[in-house]
Structures are given as structure tokens and as C-alpha cells.
Ligand binder design. Structure first.
Ligand code: MV4
Length: 515
């Protein structure tokens, strides 16, 4: 087993990783940028070293500095967390050269799956269904025109190097294709340095469901059930849950076995996630593989009783998986809310600043994975994820009720958070019935549901006219570009007035004297 692990990340995931190290009796080494000198992961680690200025290009994205710290501190392994360098094959390569174990897949597996088209080829080989579309990058616009006709509109142009919806364009008719082609290619070139595109038939009402897998270096691959991730805002997941409200034992098994076949075909090792779309006839289609530990891994941990980070470390150290597929069973239901320092009543603008006070939710079935403390200043330089609130219940209803109760206990002052948005989502009848799909939240936010009607937010809206104009324009473009059915998707406010009053009263009660 390893003696010392370099945690090549920051924030809540760095804290999560070093907690696993502590439980395993492995020393943890944190790295930090100038903006993270006082961050929680630095305080909780056994050792911590500075790696440069605040911008991640000069710190958390510098492979040379990470390897240098790992060497000097005597680390025998490195965990990348998620984001930053987690999916960059140059990091496992640099680790291999330095004789440091990388806690994740090999550079080769990462590359093969990182290209969306090569992953689609692999899926076809492994007999895993994919969305109808092209298996290879498209050379030019004229070829795209023919392929789109074959597949049938609407189609989605996607970046070969893509991820997170970047370089993705919805095309409803041939007339839109040239502009969409140009936009997607230039966005992709900007984001990934690669302008190659492919296309797929667009599945408008599908759910985003992903399968967690775990593979050791002895040929054992298991699936650990699914996570439902359909509640997203502009390709950022907002709520995740396990199991999915629509996946039964038979579907779980066929998706799980498909995921395992694909992981085997790609020579995959360690923890990974396969993203699928599931349509309303419960057909599933492979989308892409994420070769890393994911933000939402805790909901899988809650229903399987497994510690994914500790298992990642054991597997990377060459140990065989300590259980087989037959030993994996799911118990109860878990939900995760991603708590961001952003203002849902002001166009989700980031809200960095000093956390003046906070009350931490606890009690039965509640877990908080975060990386902050009172008195800490949330930096502007990084993703504003403060942490994740996770609930567990023996049923989905109990998990929802516990989450609502914990959200009521949770209080942060000094910065704005999106906690209020979760109150509204968890009170929504469709969410409670589990009737969600990929554009569910975006449609509701565009339609004006989930918007607080407090005088405070009205005043803010008035003073931010330009921002609101931009939001309205975006909403119109979104609907024109998607299905032309803007009118039918506009929702009346789903909550009676009294609810907004009670939320306003809670806001009042929670106001701290400092503000
Ligand atoms: C799709 C899709 C529908 N049809 N592909 C989004 C990011 C990337 N991981 C794949 N994504 C999607 N691919 C086809 N052929 C729907 C999504 C999607 C989505 C689309 C619009 C708005 C929100 C979304 C949330 C999750 C997935």
C-alpha cells in the first residue's frame, strides 16, 4: 500500500480525498495556489506546499510543479480528483515517468475514451447501443449536410474532443446547419484546441443516466448501479440521485453489463463513469465515458455502502477488488444538491466573498462534503462549488424529506448561495414524481418558475436590466433553436403565494446582523 499521496486538487474534493487517506493510514500532501493559502484542504492535510499564483494555468494545471512537489515530499501516488488535470493523459504519463502511481486509468485508456468518436467506435465493437449518428469526425460542411439528412433533423453537432456541452449545437433544420457548424467548430477549437465535429440524432426528452464502474488490474470489472443526473442547468448538474426513479432491476443489469463490456474493451482500470441517454421507452444509448471520480460519487456510496475513493486507492496499489458483482446490492435512495456560491435570483452570478457565519445541517441520513469554513473567503479564481449536501433515506420520499429538512437547517451568510433554488425544486410536483429529463430545469428557469418573487429580488432585477435582457434573449434563442414550442414550455409559477411568503420569512430569520 502507498505511504504518501499527493492530492492534486483543491476545494471539497481535496478534502474528500485526504479524508480517505487518513482512514487508510496514508499521509496526505496538499498543494495550494496563492488564493488557497488558508483553504480547508491545506489545513486538514498532513503536509502542504505552494505551487504558484491564483490562476489555475499557473498552479493546479502545472504538471511540472505537481510532479516536483510529489518527488520532494516523497509521495508514491497521486490522486487528480475531478476537473483540472483529471482527464489529461499527460498527467498519468508524467507520473509513470516519475515512478509515481496515478490513481486513475492509464494514459492510453484515457485517450481512447477521451475522444468521443473513438469511444463510439469502441461501443459499437462491444455491442453497446449508441445514438444514431456518425462514428467518425466529419470532414466538411457538405458531408455534414448529407449525414444530417440521413439521420433526420433535429441533429446535434458535437465536438470530438468535447465535454460538458461545449462545442455542441442543436440544428433543427438544414438552413441552420452552416451557422451551427461554424459556431460549434470555433467554440470547440477555443475550448479544446480541436475543431473536429461529429453529429448525432437529437433525443429531446431523454434522461441523463450514468453508470459507475470500478475495474482492478486483475481483469475484474463491476458496475455499481446508476445515477440519475437529469436536473442540470446549462450542462451543469444541479441535483443527482441514486437509483434513478425509472431504472428497474432488468434495465440496471443491461446498462451495467453494457458499461462493463465497454470498460473491458477499452482496457479501463480504476473508477469510471459511462454516460447514457434513456428515452421514454427506456431504450438506452451510450454517450461518453468520464475517466475519473465524479462530483456526484457520494450518492453511489450512500446506496452501495462502498467508499469509492478508498477503493480507487486499493485498486491503484494493485490489489484485486475485494468483492464481486454478486456482492453489490443497492439499499435505499440518495440525493445530492450541489451548493454553489452563486445567486439564483440574479442570473446565477457567482457570489464570492467572505463566509461570515454558517449553520451546518446534520442529523439522520445527512452527509455534507464541503471544503469551506466560517471566516474563509471564497476565491473568485475557481469554480464556485462550496460543497455537496447529500441525503439518504430508505425510500425516495424519505430522501427528499430529509433533504428538505437539511436545507432548512443549512444557513450561510456573507455570500449568496443557490440553497433557495433547491427548496423550490424539491417542492415541485414533477420532481417529486421523478418526471425529469435533460432540459427540465432549463425550461423551468426560462419559463419563470423557480424564481423568487421577493421585493428584494425584484429590486435587484430592476437594477440589473441589462443582465435580465441578456437572460430573456438567451431564453428566446434557446426556444427558437430547440423545438419552436416556446409557448407550451412556459410554466406558470408552480407554488402558491403562501409558500413564497414563508420563504421570505425564513430569509428574514436567517439574516445575520452583519449585513
Ligand atoms: C445529447 C442529448 C440529446 N440527444 N445527445 C449534454 C452534454 C453531453 N455530455 C451530452 N449531452 C447531451 N447529449 C443527443 N443525441 C442531450 C444531452 C444533454 C442535454 C442537452 C440539452 C440541455 C441539457 C442537457 C443535459 C444533459 C444532457
Amino acid at each position: 500500500m502507498f505511504r504518501k499521496i499527493l492530492i492534486a486538487n483543491r476545494g471539497e474534493i481535496a478534502v474528500r480525498l485526504l479524508r480517505a487517506c487518513r482512514e487508510l493510514g496514508i499521509a496526505s500532501v496538499a498543494v495550494y495556489s496563492e488564493a488557497d493559502r488558508a483553504s480547508l484542504h491545506v489545513r486538514l492535510a498532513d503536509e502542504a506546499y505552494p505551487i504558484g499564483p491564483a490562476p489555475s494555468r499557473e498552479s493546479y494545471l502545472r504538471i511540472d510543479k505537481l510532479i516536483d512537489v510529489a518527488r520532494r515530499a516523497g509521495c508514491d501516488a497521486l490522486h487528480p480528483g475531478y476537473g483540472f488535470l483529471a482527464e489529461n493523459a499527460a498527467l498519468p504519463r508524467a507520473c509513470r515517468e516519475a515512478g509515481i502511481a496515478f490513481i486513475g486509468p492509464t494514459a492510453e485508456a484515457m485517450e481512447q475514451l477521451g475522444s468521443k468518436t473513438s469511444a463510439r467506435h469502441l461501443a459499437k465493437q462491444a455491442g453497446v447501443p449508441t445514438v444514431p449518428g456518425t462514428l467518425d469526425p466529419i470532414a466538411e460542411l457538405d458531408q455534414a449536410r448529407q449525414l444530417a439528412l440521413d439521420v433526420g433533423y433535429p441533429v446535434l453537432l458535437k465536438a470530438v474532443a468535447g465535454g460538458g456541452g461545449k462545442g455542441m449545437r442543436l440544428v433543427s433544420a438544414e438552413a441552420e446547419l452552416p451557422a451551427a457548424w461554424r459556431d460549434a467548430a470555433s467554440e470547440s477549437l477555443n475550448a479544446f484546441g480541436d475543431d473536429r465535429l461529429y453529429l448525432e440524432k437529437f433525443l429531446p426528452r431523454a434522461r441523463h443516466i450514468e453508470i459507475q464502474i470500478l475495474a482492478d488490474h486483475h481483469g475484474n470489472v463491476v458496475y455499481l448501479g446508476e445515477r440519475e443526473c437529469s436536473v442540470q442547468r446549462r450542462h451543469q448538474k444541479v441535483i443527482e440521485e441514486a437509483p434513478s426513479p425509472v431504472v428497474d432491476a432488468a434495465l440496471r443489469r443491461s446498462m451495467g453489463e453494457a458499461a462493463v463490456r465497454l470498460a473491458r474493451a477499452g482496457g479501463y482500470t480504476n473508477a469510471g463513469t459511462l454516460e447514457f441517454l434513456v428515452d421514454d421507452q427506456r431504450n438506452f444509448y451510450f454517450l461518453e465515458m468520464n475517466p475519473r471520480l465524479q462530483v456526484e460519487h457520494p450518492v453511489t456510496e450512500m446506496v452501495t455502502g462502498l467508499d469509492l475513493v478508498k477503493l480507487q486507492i486499493h485498486v491503484a496499489a494493485g490489489e484485486p477488488l475485494p468483492f464481486t458483482q454478486d456482492d453489490v446490492s443497492l439499499r435505499g435512495h440518495s440525493i445530492e444538491c450541489r451548493i454553489y456560491a452563486e445567486d439564483p435570483d440574479n442570473n446565477f452570478f457567482p457570489s464570492p466573498g467572505k463566509i461570515l457565519a454558517r449553520r451546518i445541517p446534520a442529523g439522520p441520513g445527512i452527509r455534507l462534503d464541503d471544503g469551506v469554513y466560517s471566516g474563509w473567503v471564497v476565491p473568485t479564481d475557481y469554480d464556485p462549488l462550496l460543497g455537496k449536501l447529500i441525503s439518504w433515506g430508505s425510500t425516495r420520499d424519505e430522501a427528499i424529506t430529509r433533504m428538505r429538512r437539511a436545507l432548512e437547517e443549512y444557513y450561510v451568510s456573507g455570500i449568496k448561495t443557490n440553497i433557495g433554488l433547491f427548496h423550490r425544486i424539491l417542492a415541485d410536483a414533477e420532481f417529486v414524481r421523478g418526471e425529469i429529463y435533460t432540459r427540465w430545469l432549463d425550461e423551468r428557469l426560462m419559463g419563470g418558475s423557480f424564481r423568487a418573487a421577493s421585493p428584494e429580488s425584484a429590486a435587484r432585477t430592476a437594477s440589473n436590466g441589462r443582465v435580465e435582457d441578456a437572460a430573456v434573449l438567451a431564453a428566446v434563442l434557446w426556444h427558437l433553436g430547440s423545438n419552436g414550442a416556446a409557448a407550451s414550455t412556459a410554466q406558470p409559477p408552480s407554488q402558491p403565494e403562501s409558500r413564497w411568503k414563508s420563504e421570505a420569512r425564513r430569509d428574514q430569520l436567517n439574516r445575520s446582523p452583519e449585513r
